[in-house]
Every structure is written in C-alpha cells, then in structure tokens.
Design a protein around this ligand. Structure first.
Ligand SMILES: C[S@@+](CC[C@H](N)C(=O)[O-])C[C@H]1O[C@@H](n2cnc3c(N)ncnc32)[C@H](O)[C@@H]1O
Length: 195
C-alpha cells in the first residue's frame, strides 16, 4: 500500500474531483455527498486532532481545532501542506505513531482503516487508543456493486497495475467493530463513525 500511494500522490485528488482516470466514472450524488461529508466533519466538536494517513489533506481541511496530519508519503504531505497551511504535517508510520501517550484528544483517519488486514487493524487501533481517547473513522460505504472485502486491481496514469485490499462498511457494523460508537455520517459513498 505504501509504494502504491506514494506513486499515486500527484494524481490522488483526481479520485475526489472526477478528473483524469476518474473523469468518466458514473458516481451519482458524489459531489453533493462530499460536500455533506465535509460539513459533518466540520461540525465535530473542536479537538486537538491527529489525522492518521492524511494523504493530500482533502478531508483534513474540514477538521475543527488544532490539527496534525501524518502520512508515510512525503509526496502526499507536500500537497497537504499547500492545501491546509493552518495544520502541521509530519511523515510517520500509522503502526508506530511518533507521539506520547495521550498527546491528542482525537485520532481521525479516512480511507485508510479499510485497507488494513486483521493484524494491522489491531496494531492501528491500539496505537490510536494510546495517543487519544477518541477515534473517528471515515471509510467507504458498502454499495450494491461491491463485496464487503475485495482485492482490487488499480491502474495509475503511468499504466502501472497494483493489487489493493479494500473493505466496504455498513456504518453500524463499523461502530460495533470499533467497540461501540456514534454514526455521524452514513451516505451512499462514505460512512463516518466516532468511538
Ligand atoms: C486512500 S489514502 C487516504 C488519504 C486521506 N486520508 C483521504 O481520505 O483522502 C491512504 C493514505 O494512507 C497512507 N498510508 C499508507 N500506509 C501508511 C502507514 N503505514 N502510515 C501512514 N500512512 C500510511 C498513504 O500514503 C495514503 O496517503
């Protein structure tokens, strides 16, 4: 996943913005839902937040309060720094967060948890709980055309092909998996759970 996302960094926002390889995709309600997702994130209570696997900062910019973004890809972070000058961004590993116990009030993570296998999930959840009492997970909603989990072949602009593990979630099931929590967003494309 690391090499894939580092390679994808310059074209990552095309997925959100419907450009490039995503220009022809049929995604009913996508733009409206992204706007609603941004509003849902912005309406969270203010908190000192660590955004783990923040990518290009596309969602980071909506998070209220003092925000630190962390990602393993310097190329992703370069874009995030330009996009969200009010946040701090550091390169680091989600499975060994470079912060003291309780350093934050909230960990936020988007479109990352659903790429993790069982062992990685346990490690990430333990790290998140170590650095903050609250976890907010945003990920892909289960749709009719998807299995709950699949290996996807993804092609980048340079023609390279990558195998990526991906899960899709029902919001209430994700809340239960995280040990309980509140569903703060449940749409056609995204779910967000606060636990
Ligand atoms: C699908 S992108 C999500 C980016 C952003 N959160 C969003 O929702 O737009 C997944 C991100 O996870 C990052 N990533 C993958 N493995 C990581 C790790 N072990 N530690 C930190 N970041 C990681 C990738 O570099 C990539 O930016």
């Amino acid at each position: 996943m690391r090499k894939y996302y580092d390679t994808r960094a310059p074209e990552y926002d095309d997925w959100y913005l419907g450009r490039g390889l995503f220009g022809e995709r049929e995604r009913p309600n996508w733009e409206q839902e992204l706007a609603a997702l941004g509003r849902a994130l912005a309406s969270l209570p203010f908190a000192h937040t660590l955004d783990v696997a923040c990518g290009t900062g596309f969602l980071t910019r909506h998070l209220p309060g003092e925000v630190v973004g962390l990602d393993q890809s310097e190329r992703m972070l370069e874009i995030a720094r330009e996009r969200v000058p009010t946040a701090a961004f550091i390169e680091g590993d989600a499975f060994g967060l470079p912060f003291a116990d309780g350093a934050f009030e909230r960990v936020f993570t988007a479109n990352f948890y659903g790429h993790l296998d069982q062992g990685e999930r346990a490690t990430f959840l333990a790290e998140a709980a170590r650095v903050a009492p609250e976890l907010v997970v945003c990920d892909a909603a289960l749709r009719r055309d998807r299995e709950r989990e699949e290996m996807q072949e993804r092609i980048l602009e340079d023609g390279s092909s990558w195998q990526v593990y991906k899960r899709f979630f029902v919001a209430e099931e994700l809340a239960a998996e995280l040990g309980g929590g509140e569903v703060i967003f449940s749409g056609d494309w995204f779910v967000v759970v606060r636990s």
